[in-house]
Each structure stands twice: as C-alpha cells, then as structure tokens.
Design a protein around this ligand. Sequence first.
Ligand code: BES
Ligand code: MN
Ligand code: ZN
Length: 509
Amino acid sequence: MPTLIRIAVLLLLSTSALAQRAIDFSPLEFPSGGNIVVPVAEGETLTGLAAELDERTGGALSMAATEAKFTGETSQTLTLFGIRPYSRIDLIGVGSETVGRLTAETFGGLAASLNDGTSGTDTGILWSGIALGNDADAARVAFGYRLGDYRFDRYLETRIDPATQGGVTIYSDDAGAASRFNEDLRHLADAVWFARDLSSEPGNVMYPQSFVDRTREEFRGLGNVSIRVLDEKEMKRLGMGAHLGVGSGSSRPPRLMIVEYRGGGDGPTLALAGKGITFDTGGVSLKQNENMWMMKGDMTGAAAVTATVLAAARRGAGVNIVSLAAMAENMPSGTAIRPGDVLTSMSGKTIEIRSTDAEGRLVLSDAVHYAQIEYSPDVLINLATLTGSVIRAVGPDYAGLFSRHDEIADDLLASAAASGEKAWRLPLSDTYFDAIKSPVADVINAGAKGAGASIGAAFIGSFVAEDQVWAHLDIAGVDYTDAGSPTTPVGFTGYGVRLLDDYIRRHRE
Ligand code: BES
Ligand code: MN
Ligand code: ZN
C-alpha cells in the first residue's frame, strides 16, 4: 500500500478519540532555541542543568531566581521570556530531597500546564537522571506531562488542536526512557484519559449501552480480551433483582459489562467491580438540584476498573483481570422502585429499600455476587462513588478504604501512596453489619444514621463471602477535583487507574 494511503487508513482506524500532543525523546543536550523547561534542585546555588543554563545565559538565571525569590522548592515555577536563544524558559523546582517517581511526574505535569495553549513553538524538557538521582525517571516525566495535558473540551466551540501546539521533546541522559514510556506508561496515561473521558461525558451521551459501545471501540484489536455484556433479559434470567431494580426507572436499560483480560495463563484472577450509575438523580428519593449535575460522574468506579484492564491489556501485562461495570441510570418514574419496596438479589438475599438514592450498593451487590460465583477470584476489589459520608470523613483528597483483610488493605494503601492516589482505611466492624438489619427483609439499603461510608461498605460486604479477599474503595470524594493538581487537571480525575495498576505490577505480575 502506498505510504500516504496507509497513513490515511491508520488514522481512520485509530479508534481512540485522543488528540494528543506528541512526546519525543532525545539524548541530553540544550536545544538551539524554542521553549525549554528545566528542573531546579533546591539549594544555595544552582546545580546540574540549571547551573549549566545559567552559564549559557550569562548569569541571567541566577539573577532572575534571586530577584523572584525562586528557590527550587518543589513545584515552584518561574517563567522567563526572551533570553537568547530561547523564546521562553520555564524553571520548575524539584526540591532538595532525592527526586522520586512522584516528583518526576509532578514536574512533567507542571511542564504541561505551563505549556498549555502556547504559541506553537516547540518545547524541550531537560531532565538529567544523573544530576537528580537514579529514581528521576524521564519516562515518568513524560507520563506526568501526558496526565497533566488532559482536557475535556469536545463540546467547546474553541478547542485547542494539539496539532497546532508545537512538539514536546524530552532531552535526557536515560536511553531507556523512550521505550519505557512508549511501550508501557503511555498506555497507562491513555487509560487514565479514557476513564476521564467516560466520566466527563454528560448523562445524555454516556448511558449504559453507550458506555459499552465506547468500551468496545477502545478495546478493539487487543489480544487476550473478551467483552461480555449482560442485558436486562440475561440479568432477569440470573435473578439480578437489585441491579434491575435500580435500572427500572429509566428508559435506558441497565447493563453489566464484563471485560476479561487473560494475560496470566493459569494464574489466579483479580476481579474489579465498579459502580456505573451513568446518572444518579436519587430516583424517587430525589436529590436536590444543586450539584446534581456532578452525578453524571457516578460511574467513575466503572470507568476506572474498565480503564485499568485497558492499561494492562495494552501493555500486555502477565495477569488475569476481569472488570465488572455495574451500569444503570437512577431515575424517578412510574416504573421506578420506591422506598419500602423489597428486592431479591441474585444471591437470594432480600433487600428493603429505604432510599432509592442508596443505589450504588444495590447494583454492586449483584455484581460482587456474580464475580464470586463466575470467576472465583483470589482477590476482589470494588470502586464506587458510594457515599457523601466518605467526603465528610476524609475530604476530597482521600478515598475511603474498607476491608476485612489486613493484607489486601495494606497492599492497597502502599499502592495508593506510591501512585499518589491517596487512600485512608476506615473501619468495617460488626457494628456496621448490625446497622443494615431490616425488620422486613434480610438487609436494608439505607436508614441507619451515623457512619454512612462504613455502613455502605458493610452492605456490599454482606454479599461477599467472609473468606473472600475483598476490599472496597469509596471514591465519592476523589473522583472529581475542583482544585486540580499538576497531574490531575480540574475535573474528573480518573482516580483508581494508577492505584490499581500499581497494585497489579507489585502483586500480580
Ligand atoms: N452517588 C451518591 C454518593 C455521592 C454523593 C457521590 C456526593 C459523590 C458525591 C450515592 O448514590 C448516594 O446518593 N448516597 C447516599 C446514600 C444514603 C442515601 C444512604 C448519600 O451518601 O447520601
Ligand atoms: Mn444515590
Ligand atoms: Zn450514586
């Protein structure tokens, strides 16, 4: 095929709607012009690349740093324009500690945000692992850059076209960085973008079936992957009365989407279940209007687990993972469930509905039951924007972590710390299981006052066998950020993909 036609075909086939700025790698040197980004270690005098650049600019850097009180403290930035031969120099502080993975990612993310909407001039990011320490991985800089470069602007008339943005080259002394990024971390960043896209899409666009369609598109062509979708008919046959109940108020039918990646041969299976409420009005127990729009993101758990499998499949990880996206739209209508209704879940347990707004635990109760009997996973983890209560408990920066098993809890906390997706363990003791007793059914879905996040966790836990290694992450506070950070711009965060990916690398491969 002639090259031009082949390129055209490839472009047409590239299903990902990701328009991204290209990131290239090059051996460490100062480019001859354009924009440059330079790390500055905190200290009395400029060292490493910053010292070299200072010399090249006749001391302009040290003068500017002194004048602007720029010390190189972590995440401090200083932009200088028009110092020859550069149009622009961005200095980014990396602190005085040994530069590790998160500092490198933050540096990359800051480079992206400083570079946002620039003139089209090429940008060179300089990074010396030798000067900054062996953990100062240039692939992590690229990863951070890609994470920080995310925006959701598809419905804006004036969108930034990455093609007009100028190229980005990372100049580093690390020859392996290009392949570590292109064959590995790039896929993880793309998966985070995918999760953010799914979450940011409005409820009129992203509903159970369109979530499935979008996922199929994204996984097309990947090996060792199978996608299975249970529709209402199949769910009825299986007796998934809890999940069906939640979906019954909507004209957009519920789905349970199962994505299975088998890269690990006969090894054990990790099951990831995600809450996928594509819009949560509260149902008949209607929510107030203020901030209700945010409930378009009540499916971020499902997005994160699906995207985690995507990242593993794209990089060809040697693991077996299955994600279960429990999807429904929670609407009030003449066919909706009501408070007082009793539903029979797939497990056979009956559930008294006290609030139709406690719907996440309902869809998950069937999903975790199904995951256990169908896949016998050695570990089961669920992610859900389950309660407002967890936000009151730990705020917007931490997910609540719940488990009956200390080892999986510790492993996940370690991955939370390493990936920068923070989590804090909250209690899950017998008291909370007592709080879900109902006078008319086996369990009640809401009603008990007090520790809402723990009670929600206990509800899901009551559908998980006690010896099943299981953990629940309540991500209601972390799925969206108002403040933004270098690697998570304001908006939906894609929380969980990096954390779960870290867990998979450490404990499953
Ligand atoms: N999706 C919400 C939880 C939520 C609240 C997520 C705020 C993100 C931000 C969930 O379905 C819900 O409504 N939970 C109720 C449970 C209650 C009725 C037991 C809550 O937290 O109020
Ligand atoms: Mn709700
Ligand atoms: Zn909800």
